[in-house]
Design a protein around this ligand. Structure first.
Ligand SMILES: [Zn+2]
Length: 246
C-alpha cells in the first residue's frame, strides 16, 4: 500500500530498541493507530524530540502493514500546546492517556478527534479546569457508546422520582428496575440535572457554570464506574484524578 499522509495527536510514546520509538496517534482518518518511527533517537537525527513527545500534534506518513507494526516516516511538528498553568497541561496529557486506554485501534471516530481539540481550547479559556475535565469525560463516554442515558429509566423507559445509577446499563434505573443491577448506586436529582445539562450543550466557556468541585467529583466517580465496567485494565488508572477536583 502507498504511504498515507495523516495528522494526529501523539497519545503515547514508547522507546523501542536503540534508536526508535513506537507512537500511538489519534487521527481523524483512522482513529487510534500505532506505528514505529525508526532512527529518531540517533544523535544525528534531524527530527526534534518534541515531534515524538506525548501531547504533540504532528503530521506523518503512515505505511500500513497487516501483520507487523505500521511504519511512520517524515514526521513534522504542527503544534505543541502550551498552557499557562501546570494543571491544564496535566489534564491534557491525562485525557490523551484515557483515549489511549479506552479507544479501540483503527476505529474511526471523528467526534473524539474534535473532542480533543475542543478540550484544549476550553482548558485555555477557563479557570474551572475540573468542569472542562468532567465535560470531556461525559462526552467521551457518549462517543464510546457506553452511555450515559439520563432521560428516564434505561430499562423500562419510565420516569421516576428516585433514580439509581447503573454502570452496566450506562444510565439510570428506576426503583422497580434497580434490582436488575446489583451494583447500581444512588444518584441525586441534582447530579442528574447536571449530567443532562452537560450532555445537551457543547460549550467552550464554563466560567458561569455553578457546578461545585464536590458535585463534579461525584459525577466523575459515576463516570469511572462506567469505564470500569467496560474495561479489564488491571491497574488503578484513575489514581491521579482526585488532584483535579481538590
Ligand atoms: Zn425502570
Amino acid at each position: 500500500m502507498p504511504p498515507i499522509l495523516t495528522e494526529g495527536f501523539v497519545l503515547k510514546k514508547i522507546n523501542f530498541r536503540e534508536t526508535s520509538v513506537i507512537l500511538t496517534l489519534f487521527t481523524k482518518e483512522f482513529g487510534k493507530i500505532k506505528g514505529i518511527l525508526k532512527g529518531v533517537r540517533k544523535e544525528k537525527s534531524k527530527i526534534p524530540p518534541l515531534t515524538f513527545s506525548e501531547g504533540a500534534y504532528i503530521s506523518t506518513f503512515i505505511y500500513k502493514r497487516k501483520s507487523e507494526l505500521n511504519l511512520l516516516s517524515s514526521p513534522s511538528l504542527i503544534n505543541f500546546f502550551y498552557f499557562e498553568d501546570k494543571l491544564s497541561f496535566t489534564i491534557f496529557l491525562y485525557i490523551l492517556k484515557l483515549i489511549d486506554l479506552f479507544t479501540p485501534e483503527l476505529q474511526k471516530e471523528e467526534n473524539i478527534f474534535y473532542l480533543i481539540e475542543h478540550t484544549v481550547e476550553s482548558l485555555k479559556q477557563n479557570k474551572k479546569k475540573y468542569i472542562v475535565f468532567l465535560f470531556f469525560k461525559i462526552k467521551f463516554i457518549e462517543f464510546l457508546g457506553y452511555g450515559i442515558k439520563v432521560d428516564s429509566c434505561s430499562l423500562c423507559g419510565k420516569e421516576s422520582k428516585k433514580y439509581f445509577f447503573s454502570p452496566k446499563k450506562g444510565g439510570l434505573l428506576c426503583e422497580k428496575c434497580r434490582k436488575e443491577d446489583l451494583n447500581c448506586v444512588k444518584i441525586s436529582n441534582k447530579l442528574i440535572s447536571i449530567i443532562r445539562f452537560i450532555k445537551r450543550v457543547y460549550l467552550k466557556n464554563f466560567e458561569f457554570l455553578k457546578i461545585s468541585k464536590k458535585d463534579a467529583e461525584k459525577i466523575n466517580y459515576l463516570c469511572n464506574l462506567v469505564f470500569y465496567y467496560h474495561s479489564n485494565l488491571d491497574f488503578i488508572w484513575w489514581r491521579n484524578e482526585k488532584n483535579i477536583f481538590r
